[in-house]
Design a protein around this ligand. Structure first.
Ligand SMILES: Nc1ncnc2c1ncn2[C@@H]1O[C@H](COP(=O)(O)OP(=O)(O)O)[C@@H](O)[C@H]1O
Ligand SMILES: [Mg+2]
Length: 316
């Protein structure tokens, strides 16, 4: 059994088809990203998995338990970090965490040890006795993150955990999440629309209009979806003739370029020809963002096609 199994899930709010027939599995210990633009159905899906919302039809299993029938048991095994904060501002950091630990039936000594461990991992040890209302937004988000992990859930659900955070806090949050996955084997289901943050996840699903439009390892999606660009510099006329013979385009200033699905193979072919005088080559692989835009946003994709120069510029 997988950590999460979703079978043909639908959810409609009178008139709106928020989730429109999705199926996927997540293995234990995976860091899985659910990516999509606003209104795609991410929060609806995560709410069904967390048993906060009932699907219109279809089934979902979390930690081997049926989300439709065993919601109380599922809640023992999961941790939640949602977009809107649910901390008690009038309590201290420590009190917020201890209250949560009691809700989950942890013993006081276990809770205290775990709180100290997590506070120092996330860098909030010096805020332990501070009232939460005096913490910054980034600190509150980090506090919610460790609260979600306090009772050692098997699956952690995060809905847009880095939205609105500064780059340093975002990096801190991701490092911590990956550390927990590595140290405790926690399965992590995370929604985000910061595509680039998902490039080193184990797998991602791209969701749009309530449907999954792609699923897989992000690097593999990049390789499958996007063409890379290979660029050579050459001035020797025989070399230039050979490069043009390979179908490379003349960019001017002695540079030649080709778009290809297999840049490594192309490079190998050219490099194996003897007598070529190439002074520089570059491979620009597409980024995940381009895969995402190609699948979800035709307006943005058209804009990108009109401005190929800016795309190349980003990689240099
Ligand atoms: N409680 C609700 N009542 C009616 N429509 C809703 C409700 N929640 C979400 N929706 C609609 O369902 C669609 C998916 O929303 P949501 O799951 O929140 O998307 P995401 O989290 O990807 O932005 C959107 O069109 C949204 O307007
Ligand atoms: Mg949402």
């Amino acid at each position: 059994m997988n950590a999460i199994e979703v079978q043909d899930l639908y959810k409609s709010y009178d008139g709106t088809q928020a989730v429109n027939g999705i199926s996927f599995e997540i293995g234990y210990g995976e860091l899985f990203g659910f990516l999509g633009p606003n209104g795609a159905g991410k929060t609806t899906t995560i709410s069904i998995l967390c048993t906060l919302l009932k699907p219109t039809s279809g089934r979902a299993f979390v930690a081997g338990l049926d989300a439709g029938k065993e919601s109380d048991k599922i809640r023992e095994h999961i941790g939640l970090v949602f977009q809107e904060t649910t901390l008690d501002n009038e309590l201290t950091t420590f009190e917020n965490l201890l209250f949560h630990a009691y809700l989950y039936g942890m013993t006081r000594s276990d809770a205290i040890g775990r709180i100290d461990e997590l506070l120092s991992m996330i860098g909030l040890q010096n805020k332990k006795n501070e009232l939460v209302k005096h913490l910054s937004g980034g600190m509150k988000r980090r506090l919610e993150l460790i609260r979600g992990l306090l009772h050692r859930p098997r699956v952690l659900f995060l809905d847009e955990p880095t939205i609105g955070l500064d780059p340093q806090t975002r990096a801190n949050v991701w490092n911590f999440i990956k550390e927990m996955k590595r140290m405790e084997g926690t399965t992590i289901f995370v929604t985000t629309h910061y595509i680039e943050e998902a490039s080193d996840f184990d797998r991602i699903a791209i969701i749009d209009h309530g449907r999954i439009v792609a699923v897989g390892n992000p690097q593999r999606l990049i390789n499958e979806m996007g063409k890379a660009t290979v660029t050579f510099g050459a001035t020797d006329s025989a070399t230039v003739q050979t490069l043009l013979g390979y179908g490379m385009a003349d960019l001017g200033s002695g540079r030649y370029e080709i778009r290809t699905e297999d840049p490594d193979l192309f490079l190998k072919q050219v490099m194996n020809r003897s007598g070529l005088k190439i002074d520089d080559f570059r491979i620009n692989k597409p980024v995940l963002e381009e895969v995402y835009i190609a699948l979800t946003g035709s307006e943005i994709r058209d804009e990108y096609v009109d401005r190929p120069a800016s795309r190349k510029g980003r990689h240099r």
